[in-house]
Design a protein around this ligand. Structure first.
Ligand code: NDP
Length: 295
């Protein structure tokens, strides 16, 4: 199966690595060409010179880019994908994108006989490396059957969320919850440290109690208490995701003040910590504001 993969970032490079052997014939493209060349030489696959060059002849095209804005850019930009898609091929967009843009891309592609599936993933770089990502997809079953083998190469739990855009919506809400957990757990632990409670002891109790989450069970012990803060998922991307959730709520005419407040706080964290920091580093903003270190 001929597959093109565009976007070899923190996540994309690990996903693409599952598509480098039979039954796949892989072509990769990345904005920074050096990364595509390095990937291609390590895995003996082809590096394309442009998005258009990458998708020519591909049956399945995978995009894993920061947001739907960049997906639009590689579609419509110079030597973009649009004119090169083969009829009958499907664009599998693994970007955590926004539902409205995904619907508009799907409509545009359908006039050319090209399918579209929004298929954001969760599980982070650990699951991406292991090929055990959770994939939440939106689109038609018919289009999904074209991309099924590709999805199953990097996904373990694969769930249809609904029509095009539903995968993006589900992902945005999941990540809004992640943002709320990081911010609320950070505040709670900062408070406990100030109150004289050892954060390790606090987590031991919280993780045996009803306040626990993946943030308290894994992220804080592994990344905050150790002060390691590895870069696996940029804070800028989490800020983008909760922004998508906030916009979706507004589009639906809903009141979601908690999500809006968390979105504002993530935006502040991004502004103060920068584009390259990891999402868990948002805790550092809370620490700085309260003159406390959680360790
Ligand atoms: P990164 O920021 O690490 O990588 C982004 C990729 O997009 C890079 O290949 C980058 O190219 C490329 N890119 C950036 N801007 C443009 C542009 N204008 N035109 C073309 N290509 C561009 O992101 P991740 O790999 O971490 O994330 C990818 C997607 O997956 C995002 O939507 C993210 O929210 C989602 N995601 C990420 C997870 C994670 O743990 N990292 C977990 C779940 C979802 P270049 O190399 O040139 O910078």
């Amino acid at each position: 199966m001929r597959v093109a993969f565009l976007g070899l970032g923190d996540l994309g490079s690990l996903m693409a690595a599952h598509l480098t052997a039979v039954p796949f014939s892989l072509t990769v493209w990345n904005r920074t060409e050096r990364k595509a060349r390095a990937f291609a030489s390590e895995h003996s696959v082809r590096a394309a010179s442009s998005p258009g060059d990458a998708v020519r002849d591909a049956e399945v095209v995978v995009t894993c880019l920061p947001s739907s804005v960049e997906v639009e850019a590689v579609l419509h930009g110079e030597d973009g994908m649009l004119e090169s898609f083969a009829r009958g091929s499907v664009l599998l967009d693994c970007t955590s994108g926004d539902p409205a843009t995904s619907r508009s891309i799907a409509a545009e592609l359908s006039t050319r006989g090209v399918g579209f599936i929004d298929a954001p993933v969760s599980g982070g770089t650990t699951a991406a490396r292991a090929g055990t990502l959770t994939v939440m997809w939106g689109g038609t079953q018919e289009d999904f059957e074209v991309v099924r083998a590709v999805v199953e190469a990097f996904g373990k739990k694969v769930v249809r969320a609904g029509p095009v855009g539903s995968g993006d919506a589900l992902k945005a809400v999941n990540n809004a919850l992640l943002a709320v957990h990081i911010l609320s757990t950070g505040e709670g632990l900062a408070m406990l440290v100030k109150a004289g409670v050892d954060p390790g002891v606090a987590l031991d109790v919280i993780n045996a109690s009803s306040g626990r989450s993946n943030t308290s069970e894994n992220l804080i012990p592994q990344r905050v208490l150790t002060r390691e803060f590895p870069r696996t998922f940029r804070l800028a991307l989490l800020d983008k995701d909760i922004g998508i959730a906030e916009s979706l709520a507004a589009e639906l005419g809903m009141e979601t003040p908690l999500i809006s407040l968390a979105a504002r706080r993530m935006h502040q964290a991004r502004a103060s910590l920068g584009e390259e920091s990891d999402h868990v580093e948002a805790v550092k903003m809370i620490e700085a504001e309260n003159d406390v270190v959680i360790r």
